[in-house]
Design a protein around this ligand. Structure first.
Ligand SMILES: NC(=O)c1ccc[n+]([C@@H]2O[C@H](COP(=O)([O-])OP(=O)(O)OC[C@H]3O[C@@H](n4cnc5c(N)ncnc54)[C@H](OP(=O)(O)O)[C@@H]3O)[C@@H](O)[C@H]2O)c1
Length: 269
């Protein structure tokens, strides 16, 4: 069913979609752009910590896409309890979903970490472990547990998306945790692609987005040059609207021609 050249699908079929970090920013925009591409009977499970953000998204989705089943899960993915909460909800909500054509897991939730510090300041293993528990471990364990819980059937297309960053490839001063986390995730998902050729895996770098994370980046970065560069980007209108970047990801998923495991950047396509 994979589209080639210009002949891409208009729909992702009857799908179960788990999307982390859906309460705001890129994840929220992505949820709203994915919804019209999911056929009747599809289930969307948005995950985040903030009840308010999730409730608002859920209300908007229910109003615009009444045939979509939306079950948001309020969970903190930096804790094991939070992870278990999501896994239980996924089992619960998907056990009754028949004839699914696609399982779509989108690892979007993330944090930038303490970017005021230089490499030499990271002497506390607890601080470092806590960053990686959320940004690396939870994405690995959530994805593996979901794939394991749905061994699948012929005709079920499994797609895993890792929301990556230029920082997976290029170092930035004072962004030790963020760059390392994003590089680890890219590699982790390349191994998934290699081991499981039947799973379609994509690391998508969404470009510089006008979100809360970007605001933190331009105000809290310890390196003045990084701060100034990000401030210039904001002031000169170079930050991307989340919807513009999310639409590109949706198109990549509909086309479904990417090499599994690839890192694809917004500006490449
Ligand atoms: N912004 C950029 O310029 C940029 C550039 C490249 C890549 N990215 C990547 O794009 C993705 C989205 O970024 P964004 O800019 O939209 O970030 P954002 O505005 O900070 O949103 C982050 C999302 O993750 C959720 N989240 C944070 N901590 C969580 C936790 N412990 N458990 C569960 N959910 C949690 C947040 O919801 P709650 O607070 O409600 O939990 C929110 O929905 C991230 O992976 C980021 O690294 C961003």
């Amino acid at each position: 069913k994979r589209g080639g050249g210009d002949s891409w699908q208009l729909s992702l079929g009857k799908a179960a979609c788990i999307l982390t970090g859906a309460s705001r920013g890129f994840g929220r925009s992505l949820a709203l752009l994915l919804a019209p591409r999911l056929e009747t009977g599809s289930v969307l499970i948005p995950v985040a910590r903030s009840q308010g953000g999730l409730a608002e998204l859920e209300a908007e989705l229910r109003c615009s896409f009444p045939s979509l089943k939306v079950h948001s899960v309020q969970a903190d993915l930096s804790t094991e309890d939070g992870l278990q909460l999501v896994l239980r909800a996924v089992q619960d909500k998907l056990s009754g979903a028949a004839d699914l054509e696609r399982l779509l897991v989108i690892n979007n939730a993330g944090s930038i970490g303490d970017i005021s510090k230089s490499f030499l300041d990271f002497t506390s293993p607890a601080e470092v472990n806590s960053y990686f528990a959320f940004n690396v471990t939870s994405a690995l364990c959530l994805t593996s547990s979901i794939l394991k819980a749905f061994p699948g059937h012929p005709g079920l297309c499994k797609t895993v998306v890792n929301i990556s960053s230029l920082c997976a490839l290029k170092p930035f001063k004072t962004w030790t945790l963020y760059c390392t986390g994003k590089a680890s995730r890219d590699m982790m998902f390349q191994v998934l692609a290699l081991e499981n050729p039947e799973v379609r895996v994509l690391s998508y770098a969404p470009g510089p987005l006008d979100t809360e994370m970007q605001q933190l980046a331009r105000t809290k970065s310890g390196d003045p040059e990084v701060r100034e560069q990000l401030l210039r980007m904001k002031q000169s209108g170079q930050l991307l609207d989340c919807s513009v970047s999310a639409q590109k990801l949706v198109t990549l998923l509909l086309q479904d021609t990417f090499a599994s495991g690839a890192h694809i950047d917004f500006y490449e396509i």
